[in-house]
Design a protein around this ligand. Structure first.
Ligand code: ARG
Length: 459
């Protein structure tokens, strides 16, 4: 049979495969709450403007609430033949309230309807990401506070570079997640305009009030161009872009946790709650959650690339290509929220092994730069010369299989005679980090100042 929504022009129904490729109800049912909210706002506005009667608007509003409760109770009859969530809801409304249901779609199109629903959904996901990031930042802050002066090796090229503190390392992620949070805030603010009332593409001749529906849906204002309103998905691309950057940050912390929890590092011990065992190797404690978080960037960036590719080159205004936006965003959002929650939980339950980190920080000639700086400060050497002298001292220590601080004063003097006993003071890792007082440096005072700033910011 021909479609009940546009059957007037059609003699025959669609091919079964046409129905399969065309239908989006399998996934866009997730927009049901936004769809019903948008329709209720639209119907109320139509009545306020005298476009439909108050009694019809009342029947529509109440009927939509019935539909909502049916869906939430899990006994809504979703029908593939009705293509998408918009037509499923409207058709069911008609079954419930009869003729007035046919007046709901006055001055509206599925094009502005879906753009509105999807914006509302993505806006909620921005809020969820912001909340998830706040919880994660709090977890990282607690770690930073507990270990603001715990020394660990800082790395470049994953080779021991200079000592830093655990607190400083955690705060580096706080900064990254803080920028992620602000990206979701920015995206939310930009997307918060209402497409509703753009109709199919050109606007409508009915005397609608777009400000009223925008206000009812919590948008700041109606979108200013009806073609733009129905045809752009930049809000979804911004969400995905912010999600991708955030997932990159998550993957780096996840990777560090994988490395640090290995037997070779043991900088951290993961709680049982966030580890798995092996069915064959009894000794194993695997960091599966961290590995999965590390992997999430794959699908989130995949979704981002997919939607960019769908949108590229589409002529204005609506094209059905755009129906391919939702699954990508749904999947990316679900996985981002899961990864944020898992990382926050894992970090909260994580034990940093202070002694292991400090022992590692003291090895690997991590204070060689401090030694070179001492030669500059105390012996007046140009930095390049000091670098050279220190390199020779490292080579000497390495040839003897000892640390810099294990060399005798006589051995040091044999490399450069300006060296005095005083040098041993700078070879300790605690002195090293305490000396890094430049703004943003790893000195515990600096780290604590940043922790305080963030706590005030989150309060
Ligand atoms: N299911 C469609 C989508 O997701 C709704 C809009 C359909 N509009 C149209 N003119 N066919 O994009």
């Amino acid at each position: 049979a021909a479609n009940s929504m546009w059957g007037g022009r059609f003699a025959a129904g669609p091919d079964a495969i046409m129905e399969a490729i065309n239908a989006s109800i399998g996934f866009d049912r997730r927009l049901y709450a936004q769809d019903i909210r948008g329709s209720r706002a639209h119907a109320a506005m139509l009545a306020a403007q005298g476009i439909i009667s108050d009694s019809d608007a009342k029947a529509i509003g109440e009927g939509l609430l019935t539909v909502l409760s049916e869906i939430e109770a899990g006994d809504f009859p979703f029908r593939t033949a009705l293509e998408d969530i918009h037509m499923n809801v409207e058709a069911r409304l008609k079954e419930i309230i009869g003729e007035p249901a046919g007046r709901l779609h006055t001055g509206r199109s599925r094009n502005d309807q879906v753009a509105t629903d999807f914006r509302l959904w993505v806006r909620d996901q921005c809020d969820a990401a912001i909340e998830g990031l706040q919880a994660l930042i709090r977890a990282a802050l607690s770690q930073a506070e507990a270990g603001a002066d715990w020394v660990m090796p800082g790395f470049t090229h994953l080779q021991t570079a200079q000592p830093v503190t655990w607190g400083h390392h955690m705060m580096a992620y706080v900064e990254m997640f803080g920028r992620d949070l602000s990206r979701f805030q920015d995206a939310r603010a930009r997307m918060n305009e209402s497409p509703l009332g753009a109709a199919a593409l050109a606007g409508t001749g009915y005397p609608i009030d777009r400000d009223a529906t925008a206000r009812a849906l919590g948008f700041d204002r109606p979108m200013a161009n009806s073609l733009d309103a129905v045809s752009d998905r930049d809000f979804a691309l911004e969400f995905l872009s912010a999600a991708s950057i955030c997932a990159v940050h998550l993957s780096r912390l996840a990777e560090e946790l994988v490395i640090w929890s290995s037997a070779q590092f043991r900088f951290v011990s993961m709680s049982d709650k966030w580890s798995t065992g092996s069915s064959i190797m009894p000794q194993k404690r695997n960091p599966d959650a961290a590995e999965l978080i590390r992997a999430k960037i794959g699908r989130i960036l995949g979704a981002t690339v997919a939607l960019f590719t769908v949108m590229k080159g589409l002529p204005l205004a609506y094209s059905k290509d755009m129906q391919e936006d939702k699954e990508q965003v749904f999947d990316a959002a679900d996985n981002l929220m899961l990864a944020l929650a898992a990382m926050a939980g894992m970090l909260s339950d994580l034990t940093a092994n202070r002694d292991k980190m400090e022992a590692a920080a003291s090895a690997g000639f991590s204070t060689a730069t401090d030694l070179a700086d001492w030669l500059v400060r105390e012996a007046g050497l140009p930095f390049r010369d000091a670098h050279h002298v220190t390199g020779s001292l490292v080579a000497l220590a390495e040839s003897k299989g000892v640390d810099l601080s294990d060399l005798t004063l006589a051995q040091m003097k044999s490399v450069h005679d300006a060296i005095t006993d005083d040098i041993f003071g700078v070879l300790g890792v605690h002195n090293s980090v305490a000396s890094r007082q430049s703004y943003g440096g790893t000195a515990p005072d600096q780290v604590r100042a940043q922790i305080t700033r963030w706590k005030e910011k989150l309060a």
